[in-house]
Ligand binder design. Structure first.
Ligand code: DOR
Length: 309
């Protein structure tokens, strides 16, 4: 018997494949797609939410490239109060684990948004310290371990719910960054957010994105994300802190690589836009692999990578 469920800090997920934040809106966007059910998804990470509504960056905000997607959305969202009053009541919380992703432009704002979501029925809060598209001296909090630790400490003091901290690949040493946020109170880590990139329109000689630069996602970042998850795992396993791996996952094979590298769960982002039913297909593929290789639980597979000597 293969058990696809995972337990992360007391939260039970029916399967280890989630929808990444920013790709599933507020849990409704894919309901109309034929064959889609939130019940087939391990978790839905809701769009990054700030205290006040945000219109986001100026267009263009999403550009395709042959190796992935560049986005400079800039956290467009209706604000925490509207999400809590108007969006969350519409979700059927028995379908899957809906997890809010929160952002802020100051330590105090992060703490306040977390405090608001602490009062909801959502099972956990993902603290996004790694959005590349909020200008605060040009850098996300997550690129500076000191700032990251301060944000996480303030969030920790604002909720008793499990805190998932989303790490930036744009920091110098992600393993050290992981250690700092674990010390500051992170229960679970997610890695990675998008990587800073640029695309240029050669006729106008200007960047294609209105914000000039943006976060790269999709196939291009998968090998990078995999290495970062492997590096974070070396630290996180010492503290018994699980990792949600993401970055360019588009198949069951990709998901399995992340689990072997140390992820307890994975999330899919960019690839969902082309196939909203992908999460279900990937979890079925993971199940088949587990049967073939004699794994009874996802937990047994996590971190089973053997390095060459
Ligand atoms: O690439 C990203 N874009 N990562 C985030 O965390 C947020 C998003 C945005 O809204 O810009």
């Amino acid at each position: 018997m293969v058990d696809l469920s995972v337990d992360l800090k007391g939260i039970r997920f029916a399967n280890p494949v989630a929808m990444a934040s920013g790709n599933a809106g507020y849990g409704f966007e894919y309901q109309a797609v034929s064959g889609f059910s939130n019940r087939d998804v391990g978790a839905v990470f809701l769009k990054g939410t700030t205290l006040e509504p945000k219109l986001g960056n100026k267009p263009e905000r999403v550009m395709e490239s042959p190796c992935g997607l560049l986005n400079s959305i800039g956290l467009q969202n209706p604000g925490a109060h509207a999400v809590i009053a108007d969006y969350l009541p519409k979700l059927d919380l028995s379908q899957t684990q809906f997890i809010i992703n929160v952002s802020g432009s100051s330590v105090e704002e992060y703490a306040e948004v977390v405090r608001l979501f602490d009062q909801t029925d959502l099972p956990a809060i993902e603290v996004n310290i790694s959005c590349p598209n909020v200008k605060k001296g040009g850098a996300a909090f997550g690129n500076d371990p000191e700032m990251a630790a301060r944000v996480v400490e303030a969030c920790r003091a604002s909720t008793t719910k499990p805190l998932i901290v989303k790490l930036s690949p744009n920091q110098t040493d992600i393993a050290e960054g992981a250690r700092r946020v674990i010390d500051a109170g992170a229960d679970i880590l997610s890695a990675i957010n998008t990587m800073m990139g640029m695309q240029i329109d050669i006729d106008s000689a200007t960047p294609t994105l209105g914000n000039n630069q943006g976060g790269l996602s999709g196939p291009a970042i998968k090998p990078i994300a995999l290495l970062k998850v492997h590096q974070v795992y070396q630290v996180a396993k010492q503290y018994d802190v699980p990792i949600i791996g993401l970055g360019g996952i588009a198949s069951a094979e990709d998901a399995i690589e992340f689990i072997l590298a140390g992820a307890s769960m994975v999330a899919i982002g960019t690839a969902i836009a082309k196939d909203p039913l992908l999460v279900k297909k990937v979890s079925k593929g993971v199940e088949r692999y587990m049967k073939r290789h004699g794994y009874r639980s996802v937990n047994e597979m996590t971190g089973r990578l053997t390095l060459n000597t």
